[in-house]
Design a protein around this ligand. Structure first.
Ligand code: C5P
Length: 229
């Protein structure tokens, strides 16, 4: 299949506490996080095009990464929330008309070639693919006061990762409907789910974590120092 990748990198990184330098531009053992993430997809033989979606305030920082590859499309600007950034990316791919689109967080630089391949295959078969980790701790539901209400079945609950993969036409239609809905969504699998699409879970990877808070950066540096974590 013809595969395109949208890398959403338009967030401001407020939880990282480094407002002037958002997390996706931070240097990770000699290379910016976003460079690592983009290279992971550009280097995959299964991938034809890679589209970065960036914040308009980061235009110079992005240019300074000096990325250059035949597979790399010119970056476009994202929106006020992740959902809008992805929707902008999907609309920008209309001319490419990919069969499958992968949507990936810039803040997950350790995605493996194997996981990329599994997501593509699963989306081609079922329409949608979500890499996720089964919850290993006992899972509690609590009320707003922090009192436990219920113990949930941990075997039935997963932590969602990216890249989330979909047949392009299906996720484009789902996003078009979601753009006019009142609900806001934090990932694309929830938009697919809301639109009634089939999303199949594939085994995620523990090392494919998202760099969100400062401690994650330490973990990322350790992971690079010991690749077989
Ligand atoms: O905020 P969160 O960590 O869930 O963001 C996930 C990804 O979405 C990040 O890579 C971030 O840069 C991106 N994002 C975006 N546009 C926004 C907000 C977040 O592309 N407006």
């Amino acid at each position: 299949p013809k595969v395109a990748v949208i890398i959403v990198a338009a967030g401001s990184g407020s939880r990282m506490g480094s407002a002037e330098m958002p997390k996706q531009y931070l240097n990770l053992a000699g290379k910016p996080v976003l460079t690592r993430t983009i290279e992971a997809f550009v280097q995959s033989d299964a991938v034809r095009k890679v589209l970065p979606v960036i914040n308009d305030k980061h235009e110079t920082m992005f240019a300074d990464l000096g990325l250059n590859d035949a597979k790399l499309l010119p970056a476009i600007f994202g929106g006020a929330d992740r959902q809008t950034s992805v929707f902008n990316g999907l609309n920008a791919l209309k001319d490419e008309a990919p069969d499958i689109v992968l949507i990936h967080d810039a803040a997950r630089p350790f995605v493996s070639d194997e996981l990329i391949g599994k997501c593509i295959q699963t989306a081609a078969t079922f329409g949608g693919a979500l890499p996720a980790l089964q919850v290993t701790d006992t899972l509690k539901k609590a009320n707003k006061d922090g009192s436990v209400e219920q113990t949930l079945d941990r075997m039935a609950h997963y932590l969602a990762q990216t890249p989330q993969a979909f047949k392009y036409e299906l996720i484009l239609k789902a996003h078009q409907s979601a753009a006019t809905a009142d609900t806001s969504f934090t990932d694309d699998a929830s938009i697919a789910e809301w639109a009634g699409l089939n999303v199949k879970i594939v085994d995620g990877e523990p090392n494919n974590f998202k760099i969100t808070i400062p401690q994650d950066l330490d973990r990322a540096e350790m992971s690079l120092a010991t690749p077989m974590e």
